[in-house]
Design a protein around this ligand. Structure first.
Ligand SMILES: [Ca+2]
Ligand SMILES: [Zn+2]
Length: 482
C-alpha cells in the first residue's frame, strides 16, 4: 500500500507544478459569490491530452489506512458527501478523501483559520461541470469524470480545503493559488512519508517561476516560513511573513498581489516590515540565490520554528548514518574471465527509463547496453528520503565469490559529465539486510575497479547517491565482479 502511495508521488514529480496546484493548470477564475463574502476558486485543465501524458500508464490506485496521523478526535470538523458519488466507480475513493479531510483540515484550520471559517465542509460530486475541482464557502466540488479517470489523485482536496480556509474577501492571483498549493504541500504531502513530494531545489521551473498562479512556488512559501516564521514570544503569537500576509488579505488590508516588483504598495510594505526586503520580488531573488548556492536546503519541515503552532511530526530527508567502507582503487581496470555478476537476476530496482535500458542491462555482459533511469522513475520515497537516488538489488542465483568489481560508467560510451560520482556497493545473503562493501563519494573515472577483499554472497545492492551531478539521471553500462 505504501508503494502505491509512493507511486502516486511519481506523477507529482513528473507533473510538478501542474499537478501540485491541485491537478490543475491554465485557467482559473474567481469572483465574488452572491453573498459577497467568499471567493469561488476553480481549477481547470487545458486539455485531456496534456494531462494524461503526466500519468504513468501502469499507475493504479489503492486507498487504504494511511500512516497514523493526527485525527480530529473531538469531532469538531466534519465532511458531508453530497451529489453524485454513486457515479464514482471506486467506493474506496470516497473513503480516502474522508481520511484526508480529517487529517488535513484540522491542521489547516489550526494554522490559518480565525474561527469564522466553516468547520463542516460539503464535498460534492458533480458530473455536469467542466471544472476538475473548485471550492467556495463551505463547499468543495469534484468532477465525476476526473475522479473516475484519475482516482489516484486525492491531493487536490487539500488544495481546495486551503481555499476554504482562506475565505478571502477579494481574489488575489498568485498568492491565492500558491498558498493553496503550499497548504497541500505542507499539510498533505509533507505530513506523511508515503505522500512526500520531493522538489528539485535547483530545478528550472522553480527558478523561473514568476508569479504565475499555478507554478513551482511551494518551495518559496516553505522558504518564507523558514526564514520568517511565526513564533511564540513571551506567551504572545508573533506572526511570520506568510501568516501576516494571509491575515492582511483576510482583513482587507491587502487586496492586490499584481505588482510584486514596485516598493510601496500594501503587499510590499508588509513584506518590508517583516523581512527588510523592499519587495516580495527582492525576497524571491534571495530565495533563488539561496537555493542555487545551497545556503538554504529544504529537507522537510521537521526543523521549522513555526511547528510550535501545530506540534506535528514531519518526515525528514535524512541520509542513513552507518559505517561506510571505502575499498582501495585498483591500478588497472580489471576484466573478469568469470564475471560473477553476469546475468544476475534483478531482484529489485528503483526503476528504469524504458524497455531498452532496463536495470538488467547493467549486468548483461555487454559494454554498449546500459541501465538508464531518470529521477522521475524512482518511486520509493523511503529511499529518496535517505538520499539514495537510484538503486538495484541483484540476486546472483547462488553464493558467489569475488574480491573486486568494475563499474563501467556513462563516460565509457557517452559524455563523461554523465558519470555517476557517488555510489555504494553492499552485500547480503538475504534480499533485505545489506552490509557495506565499498562507498565512493566523488569518483570521476569512466571505468574503474575497486578491491573489496574476498566476499562470498548471494545478493548485491548498488545504491547511487549522485547519478550525474545534474538532473538525476543514472546511466551505467556494466557492473562486473570476479
Ligand atoms: Ca551492459
Ligand atoms: Zn486553487
Amino acid at each position: 500500500m505504501k508503494k502505491l502511495y509512493a507511486r502516486r508521488f511519481v506523477s507529482f514529480i513528473l507533473a510538478s507544478a501542474f499537478m501540485l496546484s491541485g491537478c490543475s493548470s491554465g485557467g482559473s477564475e474567481s469572483g465574488t459569490t452572491s453573498s459577497g463574502t467568499s471567493i469561488k476558486t476553480t481549477e481547470t485543465v487545458p486539455s485531456e491530452t496534456v494531462y494524461n501524458e503526466y500519468l504513468p500508464p501502469e499507475m493504479k490506485r489503492e486507498f487504504s489506512v494511511r500512516n497514523p496521523m493526527q485525527l480530529d478526535s473531538s469531532k469538531e470538523f466534519k465532511v458531508v458527501f453530497e451529489g453524485e458519488w454513486d457515479k464514482i466507480a471506486d467506493e474506496e475513493y470516497k473513503h480516502a478523501l474522508q481520511n484526508e479531510f480529517y487529517q488535513v483540515y484540522p491542521r489547516l484550520y489550526t494554522r490559518w483559520g480565525t474561527g469564522s471559517e466553516p468547520k463542516t465542509i460539503h464535498l460534492i460530486a458533480e458530473s455536469n461541470t467542466e471544472d476538475i475541482a473548485c471550492s467556495w464557502e463551505d463547499k468543495v466540488q469534484v468532477q465525476v469524470r476526473y475522479a473516475n479517470e484519475h482516482p489516484e489523485d486525492i491531493g487536490y482536496l487539500a488544495h481546495e480545503l486551503t481555499h476554504n480556509i482562506q475565505s478571502y474577501p477579494v481574489g488575489l492571483k498568485w498568492w491565492t493559488e500558491g498558498f493553496a498549493s503550499y497548504g497541500r504541500f505542507r499539510y498533505f504531502h509533507w505530513a506523511a512519508d508515503d505522500c512526500v513530494y520531493l522538489i528539485d531545489q535547483k530545478g528550472e521551473d522553480l527558478i523561473n517561476w514568476s508569479y504565475e498562479p499555478y507554478g513551482e512556488c511551494v518551495l518559496f512559501f516553505a522558504y518564507m516560513d523558514y526564514r520568517f516564521p511565526t513564533l511564540l514570544k513571551n506567551g504572545e503569537w508573533v506572526p511570520g511573513l506568510v501568516d501576516s500576509i494571509h491575515r492582511a488579505i483576510k482583513n482587507g488590508e491587502i487586496t492586490d498581489d499584481s505588482d510584486p516588483y514596485t516598493p510601496g504598495n500594501p503587499f510590499n510594505n508588509l513584506v518590508k516590515k517583516i523581512t527588510g526586503y523592499e519587495t516580495i520580488e527582492a525576497l524571491r531573488a534571495k530565495y533563488v540565490e539561496e537555493c542555487v548556492n545551497g545556503t538554504w536546503v529544504f529537507d522537510g519541515f521537521g526543523s521549522y520554528k513555526d511547528n510550535i503552532v501545530l506540534g506535528m511530526h514531519y518526515p525528514q530527508i535524512k541520509p542513513d548514518v552507518y559505517d561506510r567502507k571505502t575499498a582501495p582503487k585498483s591500478s588497472t581496470v580489471k576484466e573478469y574471465a568469470n564475471n560473477v555478476f553476469k546475468d544476475a537476476r534483478v531482484y529489485r530496482c528503483s526503476g528504469f527509463i524504458n524497455g531498452n535500458e532496463t536495470a538488467a542491462m547493467l549486468v548483461d555482459g555487454k559494454y554498449d547496453t546500459k541501465w538508464c533511469a531518470e529521477k522521475g522513475n524512482v518511486t520509493e520515497v523511503s529511499m529518496l528520503l535517505k538520499g539514495v537516488c537510484h538503486y538495484i538489488v541483484l540476486d546472483l542465483g547462488s553464493y558467489k565469490t569475488f574480491s573486486s568489481y568494475t563499474l563501467y560508467n556513462a563516460g565509457t560510451v557517452e559524455d563523461e559529465s554523465y558519470n555517476a560520482t557517488s555510489w555504494e556497493l553492499l552485500w547480503s545473503n538475504t534480499p533485505n539486510h545489506f552490509i557495506p562493501l565499498d562507498y565512493q563519494k566523488d569518483c570521476k573515472e569512466n571505468a574503474v575497479t575497486f578491491e573489496t577483499g574476498e566476499v562470498t554472497c548471494r545478493y548485491i545492492m548498488l545504491k547511487i547517491y549522485t547519478p550525474d551531478n545534474g538532473p538525476g539521471t543514472v546511466r551505467l553500462y556494466e557492473l562486473q565482479a570476479g
